[in-house]
Design a protein around this ligand. Sequence first.
Ligand SMILES: [Zn+2]
Length: 340
Amino acid sequence: MKAPYDALMPLPKAELHLHIEGTLEPELAFALAARNGVSLPYADEDALREAYRFEDLQSFLNLYYELMAVLRTERDFEDLANAYLARAAAQGVRHAEIFFDPQAHLARGVEMGTVVEGLWRALGSSRENHGVSTRLILCFLRDESAASALETLDAAKPYLDRITGVGLDSAEVGHPPVKFREVYEAAAALGLHRVAHAGEEGPPAYVVEALDVLGVERIDHGLRSVEDPALVERLVRERVPLTLCPLSNVRLRTVDTLADHPLPAMLEAGLMCTVNSDDPAYFGGYAGDNFDAVREALGLTGERLRELARNSFLASFLEDDEELRARYLAEVDAYEFPAA
Ligand SMILES: [Zn+2]
């Protein structure tokens, strides 16, 4: 079998849209279940892998929350993050801004400190161990209440030295950004960066609202922005980064096939797009796999792929280490694409 193009000598890239809970591979799920005495309703890894072939957002979310039961201790979160970082590094990821969903853990009786300190055990030494710099972004579940989001931010206050920003994820439709105005204002007052999922299943108006009401600096997904020319014009003018996740879009049927993905048209329009993996264990690929997939299905040239990689570092929250950002950008510029 031909090696994936991006796997030959991976293009350096930053990953800006990655849910750490979505990196739980069946093997690790079973290992953690055994360690913690949690029984999973699947006979073996193959049966679980079969369940990963879900057909829509709700069946994905059901499985996603079900499997979180195996994550109980700091060591579990550390192992989860290390497994992701090793895979990401092998695919050229040099910097990762990692989402986590504390409400899903707090609801199961797992403390904020267990989650953050566990993840930090891997993230804090990631540059030495994996060659990957990291940031941590706390996400609120938008299908939970605004009050719950505020309580979650409160519970995170002792750990803000570990947390770079806040985000908003889970089921989008019916949960517009405005619902979270107060918690985003509180996050801004704490000096946290702000991002939000918008325009994945939800309308372009949610993207506008995320920008105007929540003050976000990046839009996660933002795919449906293309339906609103005035919004596209604004996103181009304001250089708002979009964290696209092509393989996720196919699995969750946001697009019919990868060949239908609007990424080339979005780049052509001048949008600041990046390519990311979202929940790679569930959606069939890590960051490099997503680069490979769009190159192949959409025929992106090396220079377009380089633009995507440059965008990923430019859109990163590396303002506290501009020297590192410059070094990453220089690596992207110096990268020589292998002959296809
Ligand atoms: Zn996502």
